[in-house]
Ligand binder design. Sequence first.
Ligand SMILES: C[S@@+](CC[C@H](N)C(=O)[O-])C[C@H]1O[C@@H](n2cnc3c(N)ncnc32)[C@H](O)[C@@H]1O
Length: 228
Amino acid sequence: MEYQEFAKYYDIFYQNKNYQKEVEFLLNFLNGKKNILDVGCGTGVHAGLLEQKGFIVDGLDLNKEMLDIAKMRIHSNLYLQDILNLNINKKYDVIISMFAVLNHLKDEQELVKSFSNLKNILSNEGLIIIDLHNPQSSGQKTDTFGNIKRTMEWVYNPKTKKEESKITFEIDGEIYKDAHTFRIFTIEEVKKCALKAGLIVKEIYENYDIQKLGNPHSKNLQFILACH
Ligand SMILES: C[S@@+](CC[C@H](N)C(=O)[O-])C[C@H]1O[C@@H](n2cnc3c(N)ncnc32)[C@H](O)[C@@H]1O
């Protein structure tokens, strides 16, 4: 199931994701900033929470079905665009991209292109905050929340730096399957691609915790980038 089909279930399936904690983390970097762009905003949960805190947040996503839901949360601009091919005539103080959006890219070349596109719409003193998935191994896990049983299986190949993941959600006897191939970017690759795009990685955190610095073993990484 790809995002088009998945969109109407997305908020139900991720109802226990701690968006509030992620937004609290983001607030550490938003002092004095006004305009925010949420790239790969999906159903707009981060953007909606930030809007409630008084920020002006535009959203951008490749999937119309996700944006149709985001429309109910975000009241400013929504762009139906691919990060690889942006057409936006506006500068942003902060650009966020949360929950593995850039892991959907294929390779380093696409990461450089994406960074360079984002840099073009970033104000001079602006920041880019990206959240990347960083699996350490293959595995599987089943958990239950409310009436939902979720089974996740992921196979990480360190040679190809690709992770194949499959998630099955079971709600009231109905089964929904989702599958993704993620390109896992190492910290060194992110730094290198950022430099090629004229950006610099200023700080790296793990698990949306301002007290914890990210390292190659962190399960997820938040990178703070600025113009070089
Ligand atoms: C895992 S979801 C994350 C959604 C949201 N940021 C969140 O935290 O709930 C990934 C999102 O990235 C979007 N996406 C993937 N590749 C993209 C691209 N090349 N350009 C724009 N959006 C993209 C998908 O459509 C999807 O909505």
